[in-house]
Design a protein around this ligand. Structure first.
Ligand SMILES: *Cc1c(COP(=O)(O)O)cnc(C)c1O
Length: 401
């Protein structure tokens, strides 16, 4: 018997070759405790009820499944549907995971939350749930990112979080991650590390997937209810991979459903200015797990680029490495320019300004929809709204605002 794909990781946290727990031994007891609590707690009726209550009344779930008719007409092929996760409180899917993890942190009796953030989206979502649950919150952020992302730094401060700029290395996300791990090692007893994507040491990839799978579960129910069938194709953008795995996981063992992740090709895969870890990276170890990483010849983590901050990450959740190698999911790419075009088209034709991250997924949807028959259904996760990106887009279009 071949094990169904949805049943990975194994008990050591491996998805085939990827994943695992590459952390200092001081953290091992803590991640074991977290693993046990996660497995015993998530199943309970009490936990599920609490979680669903926040999903419903705080986040605003379920998010709609919307038929994008004018974009469908524009392409003239398959029917395009959006899963509207941009309508969530705080404007993206990140809050789904933050709520789940902070409930676990409370159960563990932790009194302090730490996190790291690149552009600030995960930092804002973490600061939000810390305010909601009354826990102090420290967010590590590369000093360069602090400078570039002042509005999100201010948001985190308004929500009561302390933002700590990290000057080491390239002063960006990976340096902030190292600093957060260092803090965690020194404060294991009191502190919970709230990771924002389906990466990090086991059980984080599985845990984040579990909390984000609400996206795919709702799509399943909504498709059957609205359309009387499962979708033919699911598409999601891939940064660390949490919104994509959340959409895909409930469909991994449905071979009739095609699954496509879309990475950021930045200025192009033939430049060094991209963030396509699965398409261009090699396996290595970062942030407590083995996965595909964008590295230079010496095995150092290389500089990445994407116009969308959320996709500008040199790694990828380990499960995606496994799903790529297995052939179950294919991973396409969209460039900065593809995403900018899709961003504008979606705004004008649907009245929805998408975040630049899902604009990458949309660019790919626009390409494939026209080649597919009209009776096929494509569901794309519209995982974030574009309000945060208007300055970046104005800059890229040469508009002074
Ligand atoms: C953070 C973010 C992403 C990338 O993260 P994943 O873990 O790959 O989902 C994508 N879209 C939006 C809107 C984000 O905020």
């Amino acid at each position: 018997m071949i094990k169904p794909l949805s049943e990975y990781p194994n008990s050591d946290g491996f998805f085939g070759d990827y994943g695992g727990q590459y952390v200092s031994e001081i953290l091992m007891p803590l991640i074991h405790e977290l693993d046990q609590l996660f497995h015993s707690e998530v199943q309970t009726a009490e936990f599920q009820e609490q979680l669903n209550n926040y999903y419903r009344h705080y986040i605003g779930r379920p998010s709609p499944l919307y038929h994008a008719k004018r974009l469908t007409d524009h392409c003239g092929g398959a029917q395009i549907y959006f899963k509207r996760d941009e309508l969530n409180h705080t404007g993206s899917h990140k809050i789904n995971n933050c709520i789940g993890q902070i409930l676990l942190a409370k159960k563990m009796g932790k009194t302090r939350i730490i996190s790291e953030t690149g552009a600030g989206q995960h930092g804002v979502a973490t600061a939000t749930v810390c305010a909601l649950f009354g826990l102090p919150c420290t967010v590590y952020m590369g000093a360069k990112d602090v400078e570039r992302q002042q509005p999100n730094v201010f948001r985190m401060n308004l929500l009561g979080a302390e933002v700590v700029p990290v000057d080491n290395g390239s002063a960006t996300l990976k340096d902030a991650m190292n600093e957060a791990l260092r803090d965690w090692v020194s404060n294991v007893d009191s502190t919970y590390y709230l990771i924002g994507t389906a990466a990090g040491p086991h059980p984080y990839p599985k845990m984040v997937r579990t909390f984000q799978s609400i996206i795919g579960q709702e799509v399943r129910e909504q498709s059957i209810e609205l359309l009387g069938q499962l979708p033919n194709t699911l598409v999601a953008c891939v940064g660390g991979g949490s919104n994509a795995i959340g959409l895909f996981h409930p469909f991994l063992d449905e071979p009739s459903v095609e699954l496509i992740g879309v990475e950021a090709a930045g200025h192009g895969l033939d430049t060094h200015e991209h963030a396509a870890s699965l398409n261009m990276g090699r396996p290595g170890i970062l942030h407590g797990n083995k996965t595909y990483l964008i590295q230079n010849e010496q095995g150092q983590i290389a500089h990445t680029h994407s116009i969308s901050a959320g996709l500008d990450y040199p790694g990828i959740g380990p499960e995606h490495g496994f799903l790529k190698d297995s052939g179950r999911v294919s991973y396409a790419t969209s460039t900065d320019n593809d995403a900018l075009d899709a961003f504008q088209l979606c705004s004008k034709r649907e009245g929805i300004i998408p975040a630049l991250e899902p604009a990458h997924a949309l660019a790919h949807v626009l390409k494939i929809a026209q080649k597919k028959p009209k009776d096929e259904i494509i569901v794309m996760n519209l995982c974030g709204r574009g309000d945060k990106d208007i300055f970046t887009v104005a800059d890229a279009l040469g508009v002074d605002i």
